[in-house]
Design a protein around this ligand. Sequence first.
Ligand code: FE2
Ligand code: FE2
Length: 286
Amino acid sequence: MADRQAWDLAFDPGTGRRLAPDEVQSGRVLPSSRWPSFFSRVVARLQWDAQAIDLVPDARAWPELADERRKRLTTLLAGFRVAEDAVAEELTPFGEAANNSLVAWVLFLQRRDEHRHALFFDRIAAEVLGLDGATPAERRDAARQHAPAGVLELFEERLPALSVELAAGRTGLDAGIGLYHMVLEGIVLSAGQCALLGDLEDGALPGVREGVERVELDERWHIGFGLRCLIDAQPSPEVIDDVLAEAEDAAAAWGDAVPDDVRESIVPMCRRRLSVAKLLDTRAAS
Ligand SMILES: [Fe+2]
Ligand SMILES: [Fe+2]
């Protein structure tokens, strides 16, 4: 590969493990920046296998759940089935737009997580919800019938449109990360995960709950990494204003499937994250 970058010489892309100095070919230098090794450690600790979670007890319990609960859970899980596919697909142009091999490497690790999440929610669609379709693509189509319109609009229209703009160089990485990491992951997916974990607290679907807990841990580092990138990028006041306005609206994307108290607890988090990162101060001062 002619355009090998620093990260694929310094890290094992299969595991995210950082190579020891004696494993690196002579003449190659390990990146000196500390944060890629920080994310490499986090990612190595969080690895899990979406195929290994047992969903048999969940499939058995599913028909016994009350109709209303099954309907709400179907909306949430079908929404994740569509959303995780979309975030896995649409992350690709971000690596190129980063124009920084270390950031591109962390985005590669994130994309690997998103593929794992997509696989896990596809298993739920097939094995627990029993959605129609013999292939993942057919099950994604089936999931669209159950996912809220707001979620479909954000993940299947808004995000792909932004990816196209990013790939063409008409949108900056800061605006891309503002939508992807701060709004979609930080608000919409967080609200959905919180609603699912609250609903499944009683252990009714133990495999689904275990997987969603793991997804939620992965998403924490994705959001942290996005914030780290925004700090480096120092977005314009307009980008920050757009993120805050969009976060407000996006929280309603799930409709009734996310309880009001969950939505109200998640919405302020976007402003809080930007404030902790001192990105609101920059905005006020400009
Ligand atoms: Fe994800
Ligand atoms: Fe993510």
